[in-house]
Design a protein around this ligand. Structure first.
Ligand SMILES: O=C(O)CCC(=O)C(=O)O
Ligand SMILES: [Fe+2]
Length: 359
């Protein structure tokens, strides 16, 4: 069904008499949709391995030994987890909270005010809606979203007032963190620290604001916030309002992220997997909903420039001694393909993988 004229899920959930979700949000067989691996631990210790933590201040201003250790940790976590948390990142907690509050105010605007942002195309500067931005889905996800292109050109909704100033400041701050991390990640691959910056043309790189709102759901066991998927860019930097729900796949299990307030959560995206010829993993993740509190998350994917054709770095193939596992594709074309897919249980990376018998 087309998702463009739906009432926002914030409106559906706001009905005080709602005891059952409308059938269009109910997955008849949720486990088949979301892959039915077990959930490991409760994320607070117990039997779950802790998600690695990277101290960014040691990368940017630590001693040479501290830097070396962080670069090593970054490489290990990109390889084993495809994600990590970042502490001492230098982004003011007040700014993070203002960004979350501003997004909350945006989602609470009257439907009339948001209607102008009903985007249809992958690269519409501003789009908002319900479920996913694919034009065709069978069942809807319990999620409202706002998607804004913030780099290389900056865009912003004009309401709520002050949104654009907060977004501009947040964009700059998160961009700085992403570039520092990509410098460390380049080094972890044995490459020059500016390798990714140059190869991916980061001065013109695509940066997006992806804000998500998942209201309380009266039947969380039937609904899904977001299905399993991977992110398209190089790195996604995420903050949230303290309400959990994000899970990721690790060693065949779903792991609750239970992100510590104030830290940044970073995912490796598809194009870092391609660039590293599969050494670093684009992590599969999903969002579950609950019946008590609204989750708001702000995900900022950072990609190459739109015209960059990303293929495995020749330096990592040791001048042809190793086989490339992925074929090259222009980032913009990949985004188009991802946009047209329904996102359900999917990573579009399969499109780029080279099958052994064909090489
Ligand atoms: O809400 C979340 O924590 C995850 C959002 C996400 O995966 C996305 O926007 O791609
Ligand atoms: Fe995601």
């Amino acid at each position: 069904m087309a998702t463009l004229n739906l009432p926002p899920v914030i409106t559906v959930a706001g009905n005080p008499n709602l005891t059952h979700i409308p059938p269009i949000y109910a997955f008849r067989n949720l486990s088949a949709t979301t892959t039915d691996q077990k959930v490991s631990g409760n994320g607070a210790g117990e039997d779950q391995e802790p998600i690695p933590i990277i101290d960014l201040s040691l990368l940017t201003s630590g001693t040479p030994d501290q830097r070396t250790a962080v670069v090593l940790d970054l490489g290990n976590t990109c390889q084993e987890w495809g994600c990590f948390m970042v502490i001492n990142h230098g982004i003011d907690e007040g700014l993070m909270n203002k960004m979350i509050d501003s997004c909350s105010e945006f989602f609470n605007l009257e439907q009339e005010e948001k209607r102008q942002y009903k985007g249809k195309h992958t690269l519409d500067p501003i789009s908002c809606g319900t479920s996913v931005d694919a034009s065709v889905t069978e069942v809807l996800f319990w999620r409202d979203y706002l998607r804004v292109l913030v780099h290389p050109e900056f865009h912003s909704p004009t309401k709520p007032s002050g949104f654009s100033e907060v977004l501009a400041e947040f964009t700059k701050a998160v961009r700085r963190v992403a570039r520092d991390l990509l410098g460390g990640i380049s080094e972890s691959l044995g490459l020059d620290s500016s390798y990714i910056e140059r190869a991916m043309n980061l001065d013109l790189s695509l940066q997006l604001l992806g804000a998500n709102l998942y209201p309380p759901c009266p039947q969380p066991e039937l609904a899904m916030g977001l299905p399993p998927h991977t992110d398209h860019g190089l790195l996604t930097v995420l903050v949230h309002n303290g309400v959990n729900g994000l899970q990721l796949q690790h060693k065949g299990m779903w792991v609750n992220t239970n992100i510590i307030p104030g830290v940044l959560f970073v995912h490796v995206g598809d194009h870092l997997e391609v660039l590293t010829n599969g050494k670093y993993k684009s992590v599969v993740h999903r969002v579950q909903v609950n019946n008590k509190s609204t989750r708001i998350s702000i995900a900022m994917p950072h990609g190459p420039s739109l015209d960059t054709v990303v293929s495995p770095a020749p330096e990592l193939l040791e001048n042809g001694c190793h086989r490339a596992n992925y074929t090259g594709m222009k980032y913009k074309d990949y985004l188009e393909i991802q946009h047209r897919s329904t996102l359900r249980g999917k990573t579009r990376l399969d499109l780029l993988k080279i099958k052994p018998e064909l090489s």
